[in-house]
Design a protein around this ligand. Structure first.
Ligand code: NOJ
Length: 559
């Protein structure tokens, strides 16, 4: 084995699958998903080809923010199971070739966390400095709140001690003071604890807020250690404790800002970051049927170290945020994919899943997932995407996309045998209900979305250049088409996607190729010859997509 063996950087080729244990599978019929249910469904994920599970928060919670309001960082929400169940699920996942990462939510705690209870009991509490306080009345911070429908300030008065505490998110989520060395030690201990149970790292919540020193008087802030040094410490801590563990960070900032959170070219801070910019520009491209916004976003990514990676996605558990688009651009996306006010949230995002946004059109859906898996980076799926689940707009806010997984056409989609009134969330109704969209029916249908996704994942895993390659957009004349090339070692893959409904023929010229090469289709049968100048004509249907492996005389690729 070479020391550059790709398994060391497994995350560059991973297929990450995010799920909430609470809505995935209920095994004890109490209406709430649980670890025992997850363990039963790991085979489904293995068959799909998932290589890394991301478990959303499963800790004891005050249940006001879908588990992101934690009352005990070391515990397990008793509705979901206990530590033994967690360990069994991790162990079974690993047996099926899947690593597990979990949410690390340490920007804040619930206000019911014992640290905060102690902190607010007296200004002299040893836990007081675990949080950020100010005594003078705060200025207007309404423009800084993350959830403008619920909050109008990032400071809340604590009646008992007559000081204000910082909360970037909801007022029931006081921000931890990570400039306090005692808090840093607590966070490291929490990470160490979960890593010891066999995890492969963390999805780190709200990283820019975690590192910020807002609320700390300026003179004091200037004396604090560099917050990025702290992120570097966390990365090396994970490396020391787990060997190959990762930090996958939530950093919704412009690309230049994200570069800092990778630790610049040193690459010693976050291992991966979600590419929120490419995600938002992807939707703009889809709305306009013009590949340019997406291509420009990919080109604007800062260079990163080989020790880092982008994570790509089309949907996650939050609103589909469009906050980095201009007002006009956002309106274009709203018009195309969520024209009704009930589909929008916080004035900046959509609370829909992808399939209803494209009216369930299988051609568009497949093209979009093909595009996702071909983009440079590591794709992250949100549970239910593999079968084309829709949302339930009758639910509040972001809950619309957090409905139970749809396993069968039975009552409650086979998620639970409890009475529907006891379910943790109601299932989707209408054309995307379990009757029409479920795993069991799609497993038996070779033409289903699930069968398509499984093939796509399999091909992706056979193409290591996708996660590791040098990426370049190939010039071609069609506005609606994105043609790109990924080269790694002796492998080159060309991907061509048509974001528009009209069929077209795409002329491609590939440097370094000639008539001894051909383009072999990976998602369908067939191949296309190249001429002496390395030029080929590739036919694309409306919303068509093709992955083409460049095969030369010396190629030993299995195609
Ligand atoms: C980020 C999470 O993605 C979101 O779901 C949550 O509401 C906030 N952090 C606050 O905890």
């Amino acid at each position: 084995m070479r020391i550059t063996d790709t398994s060391d950087t497994w995350w560059k080729n991973a297929v990450v699958y995010c799920l909430d244990v609470e809505t995935f599978m209920d095994w004890n019929d109490d209406g709430v998903g649980d670890f025992a249910g997850l363990a039963q469904r790991l085979d489904h994920l293995q068959e799909l080809g998932v290589t890394c599970l991301w478990l959303m928060p499963f800790y004891p919670t005050a249940e006001k923010d879908d588990g992101y309001d934690i009352t005990d960082f070391y515990g397990v929400d008793p509705r979901l199971g206990h530590h033994g169940d967690v360990v069994e699920a991790i162990r079974t996942a690993r047996d099926r070739g899947m690593r597990v990462i979990v949410d690390l939510v340490v920007n804040h705690t619930s206000d019911r966390h014992p640290w905060f209870r102690a902190a607010r009991s007296s200004k002299d509490s040893p836990y007081r400095d675990y949080y950020v306080w100010r005594s003078d009345p705060p200025p207007d911070t309404s423009a800084e709140v993350v959830f403008p429908d619920q909050e109008d300030s990032i400071w809340e008065l604590d009646e008992r001690t007559c000081e204000y505490y910082l909360h970037r998110f909801y007022k029931h989520q006081p921000d931890l003071n990570v400039s306090n060395p005692a808090v840093r030690d607590e966070i490291a201990k929490v990470m160490g604890f979960w890593l010891e149970l066999g995890l492969s790292g963390f999805r780190v919540d709200a990283v820019p807020f975690l590192l910020e020193t807002a609320g700390i008087p300026q003179a004091e802030a200037a004396r604090l250690p560099d917050p990025h040094a702290y992120l570097r410490d966390l990365r090396s801590f994970v490396g020391r404790r787990s060997g190959d563990g990762i930090l996958l960070g939530e950093v919704n900032l412009p690309h230049e800002g994200q570069a800092e959170f990778f630790g610049g070219l040193a690459g010693d801070e976050l291992t991966m970051q979600f590419d929120f910019i490419a995600m938002q520009k992807l939707y703009l491209s889809l709305a306009r049927q013009d590949a340019a916004p997406l291509a420009d976003a990919l080109a604007s990514r800062p260079p990163i170290s080989p020790d880092c990676q982008w994570a790509t996605f089309v949907r996650n558990h939050d609103e589909l945020t469009l906050d980095k688009l201009s007002d006009d651009e956002r309106d274009e996306v709203f018009t195309a994919f969520g024209p009704e006010e009930s589909m929008q949230v916080y004035g900046r995002g959509l609370r829909r899943r992808l399939p209803p946004m494209v009216d369930g059109d299988p051609r568009r859906l497949r093209m979009i997932y093909s595009l996702l898996f071909s983009l440079p980076g590591t794709p992250v799926l949100f549970y239910g995407e593999e079968i084309g689940m829709g949302e339930n707009l009758a639910l509040d806010g972001r809950s619309a996309v957090r409905t139970p997984m749809q396993w069968t056409s039975a009552r409650s989609g086979g998620f639970s045998r409890a009475a529907p009134s006891r379910l943790t969330a109601p299932v989707v109704e209408g054309p995307f209900s379990p009757e029409h969209v479920n795993v069991a029916v799609q497993r038996a249908d070779p033409e289903s979305m699930l069968a398509f996704m499984t093939r796509l994942v399999q091909r992706y895993r056979e193409c290591p250049e996708l996660g590791r390659a040098e990426f370049a957009v190939i010039d071609q004349p069609h506005r609606s088409v994105l043609a790109h090339r990924c080269t790694w070692g002796d492998g080159t893959l060309v991907a061509v996607h048509n974001l528009g409904p009209d069929a077209c023929t795409v002329p491609l010229t590939l440097d370094g190729c000639d008539d001894e090469h051909r383009l072999v289709d990976l998602l369908q049968v067939g191949s296309t010859p190249l001429d002496r100048k390395g030029t080929a004509s590739v036919a694309l249907d409306g919303y068509g997509y093709r992955w083409l492996r460049v095969v030369g005389p010396a190629s030993r690729r299995l195609v």
